[in-house]
Design a binder for this molecule. Sequence first.
Ligand code: GAP
Length: 441
Amino acid sequence: MQEEKVMEKIVSLAKRRGFVFPGSEIYGGLAGTFDYGPMGVLLKENVERLWFSMFRDSRDDMYGVDAAILMNPKVWEASGHVAGFSDPLVECEKCKKRFRADQLDDPKKCPECAGVLGGMRQFNMMFKTHAGAAEDDSAAVYLRPETAGGIFMNYKNVVDSIHPKLPFGIAQIGKAFRNEIAPRDFIFRLRELSQMEVEYFVPPSEWERAFEEWRSLMHLFATAIGLPEASVHELEVGDGDRAHYSKRTIDFEFDYPFGRKELWGLAYRTDFDLSAHEKGSGVSLAYLDEETKEKFIPHVIEPSLGVDRTILAILASAYREDELGGEVRTYLALAPKIAPVKAMVSPLLKNKPELVAKAREVREELKKVHPAIAWDDNGNIGKRYRRQDEIGTPFCITIDFDTLGENPDLKDTVTLRHRDSGEQERLSISEVASRIREAIS
Ligand code: GAP
């Protein structure tokens, strides 16, 4: 399959099956914004839940916060974002369109009209707005460009309320906003995005050990969400290319259909942020080691994972086309753990009340294993299977007359169909429950 065609197909499936819609679509959309639909929400929640489980809840040294998006603008002055969170911008002298200079093949020629591009200037990517009724600069606030800012603002609150021992970390999932000059590639480069971030605070001497620990966990997470190992690559970011706060960064890159691009980042932020906020606020952010009585500013390791880029990587690696029963079909080979729907239950015929009643009973039984058990009695069985294939449902269960005892040997057994192979087997209801439990555990 041609790579551009794959992207087109993924975007089309995402819309057709309720994963991702263009933002404010009936008004022509808004560049860099997308909305998650019914299936997208479930997929996103499953990914986020798994991240919370692996990065926060399964550990004794991790805590959560949910910080406000709007913060005192001094946060972003101290963090260096007001001065330095910018991309190089050029404008065409003829058509007046604006471009990111570092993404152009020829930085002098307009890619739209071949006009001459003007000189480059730095464009700050933070969205600026006003808090309250005044609209002057004294009321200016920014939409946070990274969720990390809200974590740094709560470092002291967590220390004072929970009294954690170093090393410990704070995890948060939330929205971040970047006024990207050129949003592109579906949900890859957005102006409104979600991030799953950890700031892990360590004594300075422990940064390398912690860096390696989070690096391994990021690979484990990639595997857990079903990204093929061969499609995930590490890039050691060179001295001149790292963010201003980082002394070491590894970009986790993914082979998207449009090329190998950054998926996530892992950074050693040193004591840059806490020291800058201590200086900016005048409030001590030093940590007191109760045993040694030593006071110091902790250093920080930051695994930062974009939710939207993760979802796109999942859709791209799960997208499949094959031939089944003489027909071309499309399906998503999603890991059962993150699939929006775990199984679909269906009566063979919807106008046979005894079949419908039994199928409903089976569905209720399977819902004890997981709530995301769908019901579908629309159209013929083949069509029902195709719909579920396209949203990545691992199992389809059909209740027929044999389930009711027409063939006494098969009473209380059902047909279990496997998404990837299309193969079917006859199993008891409790065996089906075990299969689902096993697949999602
Ligand atoms: N707190 C560190 C930080 O924000 P970053 O490399 O700028 O670092 C972290 O962003 C992650 O956020 C990226 O690896 C990517 O997954 C995601 N991300 C960044 N900009 C994005 C955008 N415009 N659209 C979608 N995701 C983005």
